[in-house]
Design a protein around this ligand. Sequence first.
Ligand code: NAD
Ligand code: UDP
Length: 404
Amino acid sequence: MASAARVDLDGKPIKPLTICMIGAGGFIGSHLCEKLMAETPHKVLALDVYNDKIKHLLEPDTAEWADRIQFHRINIKHDSRLEGLIKMADLTINLAAICTPADYNTRPLDTIYSNFIDALPVVKYCSENGKRLIHFSTCEVYGKTIGSFLPKDSPLRQEPEYYVLKEDSSPCIFGSIEKQRWSYACAKQLIERLIYAEGAENGLEFTIVRPFNWIGPRMDFIPGIDGPSEGVPRVLACFSNNLLRREPLKLVDGGESQRTFIYIKDAIEAVLLMICLHLVLLAYNDDNSSQENPARANGHIFNVGNPNNEVTVRQLAEMMTEVYSKVSGEPTLDVPTVDISSKEFYGVGYDDSDKRIPDMTIINRQLGWNPKTSLWDLLESTLTYQHRTYAEAIKKAIAKPAGT
Ligand code: NAD
Ligand code: UDP
C-alpha cells in the first residue's frame, strides 16, 4: 500500500505536503503521524510539549521517513516560533487541547483558555497567511439530545430526529453555567464559530472535525504508571486501569449514559481523506473523479464516529470485563462493577451528555467514508495492547511496599 498510495488517479506522484500538526504528541496525533509516515509522502512538523507517544517515529534515524518528521517542543500558549512553522506548511492540523472531562469542571479556566484562547493565534495565522486549517472540535458541542428533555416514557424518544446528531441542523444544548462541565463544549463551539466566520468573511479554507469517542492504544494514561496516581483519564483508560489492577469498574451515576465508540484506526482513515489522498478515496468510493479531496472537505464540519457501536457505559464495562478476561487469561471478579455518584467521582459542576449518535450523511457524501470495526473487535485489539504494555508494570507497582 505504501508505494501505491503515492500516486494519484492518473498514476502521477502525489505532491508531498508539509503539515504543521499541533498536538502531534497526543493520542490522535500519534496515530495520524504513524499513518502519514507509513502511507504517504507528506512531511510533518510535529508540535507538542510532549513526544513520548511518537518517540518510536522520531528515534530511528534509519527509518525511511526520518527526514519527513521533525519534532518541535513548543507550548503554543507562548512561543513566537508558531507563526513561522504555520507559514512553512501547506496545511495546519490543530489537535492541541485539554480534553479530559475530569478537567472541565475542576479546571474550567485552563479548559476555556486551552480550547478557545490558545487556538486563536492558530486560526489567525492560517487566515492571514492563506493556509488551510483542519481543526479538531468535539461531538460534545451538541451537548444533550432534544429527547433527553422529553418525559422518560415519551414515544418520541425513540424517533431519530430527537437524538441523532446532525452537523447542519442539530442544536447545541448545554447545561447551566454552574455546570462547569460545559466549559469545554462552549469553548469548542465558539472556536468553531470563529473559524466558520473566518471562512465566510476572509476566505479561510477550513475543515472542522467532531470526533465521537475515538478509542484505541495510547489513549491517555494509566494512573500511577505513565500518568499521575490521582489523575482521572477518559473512560477507556479508567476501565483499563481498573481491569489491570483487578478492581471493580466504577459506573458514574449508574453508567446509564450512552456513547458510540469508534476505533482510532478507522477514524484516522477519515482524517487522511480530508488531508488529500486520492487512492484512499478510491478504495471507499467509486464516484471520485470530479473533485479532489481538499475541495470535498473544505468548508465542512464532519461528524467522525461509528453509529453502529452504541452502548451504555454499563454495557461498555461489561464488554471490557469479558474481553479483558479473554486476552489476559484472568478470571473476572465476582463483583465486576460498582456504582459511584458523579459528585464523588468528578466533583461539583459535572454534568453529562446523555446519548451521542453521529449522523453520517455529510461525511459519506463528501468523502465516501464509513467506519468498519465492531466494538468487540476494537476492544480486543486495544485491551491486548493495554495488557501487553502495562500488566507487568502494574504488578511491580502493586508489589512495591507503600512509600518506597
Ligand atoms: P490528547 O490529550 O491525547 O492530545 C492533545 C495533545 O495536545 C497532547 O499531546 C498535549 O500535550 C497537546 N497540547 C495541549 N496543549 C498544548 C499546548 N498549549 N501547546 C502544545 N501542545 C499542546 O487528546 P486527543 O484525544 O488526541 O484529542 C485531540 C483533539 O481531538 C483535541 O482537540 C480534542 O478536543 C479532540 N477530541 C478528541 C476526542 C477523542 O475521542 N479522542 C473526542 C472529542 C474531541
Ligand atoms: N465514566 C464512568 N466511569 C469512569 C470514567 C467515565 O462511568 O471510570 C463515564 C462518564 O461519566 C461518561 C462516560 O463514561 O458518562 C464517558 O466518559 P469519557 O471520560 O470517556 O468522556 P465523554 O464521552 O463524557 O466525553
